[in-house]
Design a protein around this ligand. Structure first.
Ligand code: 6PG
Length: 469
């Protein structure tokens, strides 16, 4: 008998997803070029419906037709190499699924090239880390719909569930699933950055220590900020470094790396011409954090404001930070979802933002109670152009803005960087402004480059000789 599904690449994610399929009753074949990895898994799980090999021929041969193969290999060239090694052995109608963090344009290219050979190619964003992969990730599959229909039961079975709804749904054609996963990661970046700024303010303005920070985040997690990232943040503050006896977080170096998906989200925003300032500031914040040596030098040369004393009330300020955080989070999701809609038009994907919010509710890194509110917003108005215009979000942002302004103003006065929180307010204020200073900008462009301008009072294109010759 043949196996129902194959998994290529049995690193942490591939192995966990293979075991997840098996635990839902599917027979699984695993394949990896490293024989030891395969053997280790087979020995450890000898009681399971699992076969494995490091020979591509016997792997392909062990699968039911049409073959369903999930690839979990590093994004980029290695993915292309893996595809090239599999394709000569496949038959028309077989289905390759790329579950890695592929760049969506690569997925579009691969989908097209393989389709020409009669092979279905599904790009599937998978979120949730090792735990998610093993017990229930969020999955964002895209590609040929007929092929998706054949793998739908498999994906639904392994996905996270929220009130019986699977956190996996068909996203759209070719690269759309990986695009949605990319924006998920961008949002993940901003969620993390905003939480980091909240922490930094509480620590540096209010002098709050790890134990109390743990309690504050724990409490926040019981309210409207309820989310996986707030939950793990609360947890992080409880960990003590065995060597120094200090909270581990205070021993960790303040530099952050990245694998690139957040950066891609910003690049795509620039290309589409959509304002994605909060996620982009979060990418920049990682860059500037990585300039540690230069910052250490600059800190000895450049001084901050004269006044660095906080005079307000501690408890009140903590609550203001909470509100600033929620307001900024809402603005960031408003930007991210607006970008999804813009990309959907550009690439003709017909994305359903409500359904995307639904699958983000569980399994993935940005899972949060408030995604239910996003889902409701799109249920109320399928064509909603910006989440800020939905009554629920409008009310919160209107009601929390004074506190958010106070927090950002205080941070700026005291010389504490809050790029995420500040750009959220700047976005809110720009978006709700009937007029912006771009009239002057048009004049400047026309002045130096005869780029022409439009007028408020009549139609048409105008040019002025600005210099009296
Ligand atoms: C997920 C995550 C995951 C991502 C890591 C690291 O949804 O499970 O987004 O896919 O690889 O979070 O991302 P960075 O290295 O870019 O921070």
């Amino acid at each position: 008998t043949k196996q129902q599904i194959g998994v290529v690449g049995v690193g942490v994610m591939g192995k966990s997803l293979a075991l997840n399929f098996e635990s839902r009753g599917y027979s699984v074949a695993i394949y990896d070029v490293t024989e030891e990895k395969v053997n280790e898994i087979l020995t450890e799980h000898s009681d399971k419906q699992l076969t494995g090999t490091s020979s591509v021929e016997s792997f392909i041969d062990s699968l039911e037709a049409p073959r369903k193969i999930l690839m979990m290999v590093p994004a980029g060239e290695i993915t292309d190499k893996a595809i090239d090694s599999l394709v000569p052995h496949l038959n028309k109608g077989d289905i390759l699924i790329d579950g890695g963090n592929a760049f969506f344009e690569d997925t579009i290219r691969r989908n097209k090239a393989l389709e020409e050979q009669g092979i279905n190619f599904i790009g599937a964003g998978v979120s949730g880390g090792e735990e998610g992969a093993l017990y229930g990730p969020a999955i964002m599959p895209s590609g040929q719909k007929e092929a998706y229909d054949l793998i739908e039961p498999f994906l639904t079975a392994i996905a996270a569930k929220v009130n019986d709804d699977a956190c996996s749904t068909y996203i759209g054609p070719d690269g759309s699933g990986h695009y949605v996963k990319m924006v998920h990661n961008g949002i993940e970046y901003s969620d993390m950055q905003l939480i980091c700024e909240a922490y930094y303010l509480m620590k540096n303005v209010l002098g709050i220590e790890a134990q109390e920070l743990h309690e504050i985040f724990k409490e926040w997690n019981e309210g409207e900020l309820d989310s996986y990232l707030i939950e793990i943040t609360a947890d992080i503050f409880t960990k003590v470094d065995e060597e120094t006896g200090k909270p581990l977080v205070e021993v960790i170096l303040d530099t952050a790396g990245q694998k690139g998906t957040g950066k891609w989200t910003s690049i795509s925003a620039l290309e589409l011409g959509v304002p994605l300032s909060i996620i982009t500031e979060s990418v920049f914040a990682r860059f500037i954090s990585a300039m540690k040596e230069e910052r250490v030098k600059a800190s000895k040369i450049l001084r901050g404001p004269k006044n660095s004393e906080f005079t307000g009330n501690k408890e009140e300020f903590v609550e203001m930070i909470r509100k600033a955080l929620y307001l900024s989070k809402i603005c960031s999701y408003a930007q991210g979802f607006a970008q999804l809609q813009s990309a959907s038009k550009e690439y003709d994907w017909n994305l359903k933002p409500g359904e995307i919010a639904m699958i983000f509710r569980g399994g993935c890194i940005i899972r949060a109670g408030f995604l239910q509110e996003i889902k409701k917003a799109y249920d109320r108005d399928e064509k909603l152009t910006n989440l800020l215009l939905d009554p629920y979000f409008k009310e919160i942002v209107e009601n929390y803005q004074d506190e958010a302004r106070e927090v950002v103003a205080t941070a700026i006065k005291l010389g504490i960087p809050v790029p995420g929180l500040a750009s959220a307010l700047a976005y809110y204020d720009s978006y709700r402004s009937e007029s912006l200073p771009a009239n002057l900008l048009q004049a400047q462009r026309d002045y130096f480059g005869a780029h022409t301008y439009q007028r408020k009072d009549k139609e048409g294109t105008f040019h002025t000789e600005w210099i009296n010759k």
